[in-house]
Design a protein around this ligand. Structure first.
Ligand code: ZN
Length: 442
């Protein structure tokens, strides 16, 4: 059986990924000056924004000068829907992607040939650090279409010369067959879907460990260390994190190496800053806040100081893997997705950590917040994992109480726990929907 081997990992572009900090800063400054000028000259939005702020492209003389430029947000991208943020001439666009638009007008980004090449390389860097080589098969079970997930993983695999299988999401029985029959060496999809696949194998009486998979890059949704451990244990693989967003380029903005201590940002292409989301002040290294990206090389839709709303921190220490690129920690939340329940800030991640730490529970869960009277009620639906539930340990009522205690410890308020039938909670084939907020705030 072939499984993950550390000696298989490699560095895709050592010249860029391992350059000294000074060399990289020089390269970043050169590219920053170029992209600010390029955006100013080709995008009316940036021209107006910088004119109003009284700043000119020539004012960028050091990397720190980036702080003279105003931030941009998703709202700015919505206001310029569909193509007013594009800098490259329409003739040069070869592909378009879009966010789902579930919370409003979608964000649309057109890519030039150069953008697609950069994107493929960024994902290839992550796949190399997972041990993907030319002779490997990579199953891509992220969604295809306007969503960036599937295409990004495919371009990355192909950049290495590996065989990409564009499975897309859904049709789980076929996924299971292809994983076994091809057989796939690597699987890239959302972590929740990978867990669902593991569960589906178990349900079919097949030990997921018996599948020849060695690892995968998992992302496109927030996940925890506990999910990683579950995935790695169930499949006996290396599960590494990949981060990105359509506005910046898609997946591959940062990817985790096998050391698994933060995701290496492709810093030669994306310049990161961490800010305090309330005061907008730039925070020093190591402090936790909202990550802001500037695309240094993208030509289709460059973004300059784009506020992602994703909360994380940066670490410039040299990584054991040999890469010198800065690492960002796992996303711990979004500055706009925290729930306020009974006046207390709750992140869905806190609930997830409790659920995932209990072997008696399956990884599926749902958080429902409602306000039946004057008070908020938070209810967490969980499923028993039949394989791991031994009735000698406890009865169901006691288990419910244990979960409720653990949740209260984690989030600080009382939680109603409801045990759902095995396999009854919704599984996601794309991004998992795990919070239902039924409160009416009008
Ligand atoms: Zn590393």
């Amino acid at each position: 059986m072939t499984k993950f081997k550390q000696e298989d990992v490699w560095i895709f572009n050592p010249e860029r990924e391992c350059m000294t900090i000074e060399e990289r800063r020089k390269l970043q400054l050169k590219r920053l000056k170029k992209v600010v000028k390029y955006a100013y000259e080709n995008v009316e939005f940036y021209r107006n924004l910088y004119d109003e702020a009284g700043v000119k492209p020539e004012d960028i003389q050091t990397l720190e000068d980036i702080q003279k430029l105003p931030f941009i947000t998703k709202d700015d991208l919505r206001k310029t829907y569909p193509f007013d943020m594009q800098a490259a001439p329409k003739d040069d666009w070869i592909e378009v992607h879009s966010t789902s638009g579930t919370t409003g007008i979608p964000t649309v980004a057109a890519y030039t040939r150069k953008d697609i090449d950069i994107w493929g390389e960024c994902v290839a860097r992550g796949l190399a650090s997972l041990g993907v080589h030319k002779n490997d098969i990579v199953n891509v079970a992220y969604g295809f279409g306007l969503f960036t997930g599937g295409h990004g993983a495919q371009y990355g695999a192909q950049k290495i010369g590996a065989l990409a299988v564009p499975m897309s999401s859904g049709n789980t029985q076929k996924q299971m067959n292809f994983l076994k029959d091809f057989p796939a060496d690597f699987l890239c999809c959302t972590p929740s879907y990978a867990l669902y696949l593991a569960e589906s194998f178990e349900k079919a009486g097949i030990d997921p460990k018996s599948i020849p998979l060695k690892g995968g890059l998992y992302g496109a949704e927030m996940w925890t260390e506990e999910i990683r451990q579950k995935l790695e244990k169930k499949f006996d693989i290396s599960a590494q994190n990949i981060y990105g967003l359509t506005e910046v380029i898609g997946p591959g903005v940062s990817t985790e190496c096998h050391i698994k201590d933060g995701m290496h940002i492709a810093e030669d292409h994306f310049y990161p800053e961490i800010i305090n989301p309330e005061t907008l002040e730039v925070l020093p290294d190591g402090e936790h806040g909202e990550i802001v990206f500037t695309s240094l090389t993208k030509t289709g839709m460059p973004v300059i100081r784009y506020r992602t709303k994703d909360l994380t921190s940066l670490n410039h220490e040299k990584c054991e893997c040999g890469r010198t690129t800065v690492r960002m920690s796992r996303i711990t939340g979004r500055s706009d997705d925290m729930l306020k329940v009974k006046g207390v800030i709750v992140f869905p991640k806190q609930v997830e950590e409790v659920i995932m730490s209990m072997d008696e529970l399956s990884p599926a869960y749902l958080i429902k917040v409602s306000r039946p009277g004057l008070m908020d009620v938070i209810e967490v639906f969980v499923e028993i994992d039949q394989a791991n539930f031994s009735d000698s340990m406890t009865d169901l009522e006691t288990l419910k109480q244990i979960i409720a205690h653990k949740l209260k410890d984690a989030i600080g308020i009382a939680v109603k726990v409801t045990l759902a039938e095995p396999y009854s909670l919704p599984r996601s084939e794309g991004k998992a929907v795990r919070v239902i907020d039924e409160r009416n705030f009008d």
